[in-house]
Design a protein around this ligand. Structure first.
Ligand code: 6CS
Length: 314
């Protein structure tokens, strides 16, 4: 049997490495009964189109990133908010792998005709531009490309930017043609999509992590027999730790590569600089609650409760 797995990213990406590991692992656990055909970004369509192909069963499995998906599953807009997930990696790992959090997202995905399988980390979001972005004032009137969901744009509107919501494949040419001034993505993606060729600075604010989700077609998922369900569950479980290794290594290596080549000026924000962004971001929590109601409020509280105590003395 062959399962079709669609990616929002090209070969060499976090999603590609994940899908390759998925392919190998499920072959092992199923004694070769399950093959996986992987479709990297470009072969089938935009992220939103991939979600549609999953919903209608053209593919069995896909990645769906909240930066696009939040327009259809508003609760996932949680991951577009800044300064909400814990800063600490171990804490974030526990949170994303906790059955309690996954259970909260289960129904919202179902309501959108999708089965959620896993939340997958892809690294801190970085900002590229042609100037350093050290303060919210640096964002005023900045045309920064964000993913297509309203919540993804709202996070930057809060800093005074003029976000432009476009599909991934359009970002390079829009930067080249100066239709946009800046964009945001994890480091590995910036390197592999060549954004460093058309931008001069890379700012690391540690404001949000790129979290994606693995989804399945619900009817297909329910049609799996007991053995197949077990193989799938085992594979997903085995990869939940592996995903962190994949993203850590890819992001570290690609940053080193860009620094060595002198592609971009790398700017790491201090905690004091981050604090100004944190304060400017707080209003977007209300925007999120407006879009998601009581359930969203509960989700936000669940995530914030796992946050370490914040030092307010500075
Ligand atoms: O910026 C985007 O649209 C895309 N970025 C990444 C790293 N993955 C998928 C997403 O569609």
């Amino acid at each position: 049997e062959t399962w079709r797995f669609a990616l929002e990213e090209i070969e060499g990406s976090v999603q590609h490495a994940y899908a390759k590991a998925f392919q190998t692992r499920i072959q092992e656990v199923s004694d070769g009964n399950i093959e996986v055909e992987v479709f990297p970004y470009g072969s089938l369509g935009t992220s939103t189109q991939l979600t549609e192909l999953t919903r209608n069963g053209s593919v069995n499995l896909a990645f769906a990133s909240p930066g696009h998906l939040a327009n259809q599953v508003p609760e996932t807009g949680l991951f577009n908010l800044h300064f909400v997930l814990p800063e600490d990696e171990a804490q974030t790992r526990r949170l994303l792998q906790s059955p309690a959090l996954l259970a909260e997202f289960d129904q919202p995905y179902r309501d959108a005709g999708l089965q959620l399988l896993s939340l997958v980390p892809e690294g801190w979001m970085a900002w590229t531009a042609n100037k350093p972005l050290r303060t919210p004032q640096d964002f005023v009137d900045l045309r920064i490309r964000t993913m297509t969901a309203d919540m993804a744009a709202a996070a930057y509107r809060a800093y005074g930017a003029q976000p432009v919501q476009t599909p991934y494949a359009q970002v390079y040419s829009d930067l080249q043609l100066h239709k946009i001034h800046a964009q945001t993505n994890p480091v590995f993606a910036i390197e592999e999509m060549g954004f460093h060729e058309v931008q001069s600075t890379l700012t690391l604010p540690r404001a949000s992590r790129f979290i994606s989700s693995v989804i399945a077609n619900p009817a297909w998922f329910e049609s799996l027999d007991e053995r197949e369900q077990e193989w799938l569950a085992t594979t997903i479980r085995d990869l939940s730790g592996k995903a962190w290794e994949i993203e850590t290594e890819l992001n570290r290596d690609r940053l080193e590569l860009m620094v060595e080549r002198g592609d971009l000026e790398v700017i790491r924000l201090s905690d004091a600089e981050r604090q100004a962004f944190r304060e400017a971001s707080l209003g977007t929590r209300d925007t999120y609650i407006e879009k998601t109601g009581e359930h969203g409020r509960a989700l936000l509280e669940l995530v914030l409760a796992s946050e370490p105590a914040v030092d307010t003395s500075q």
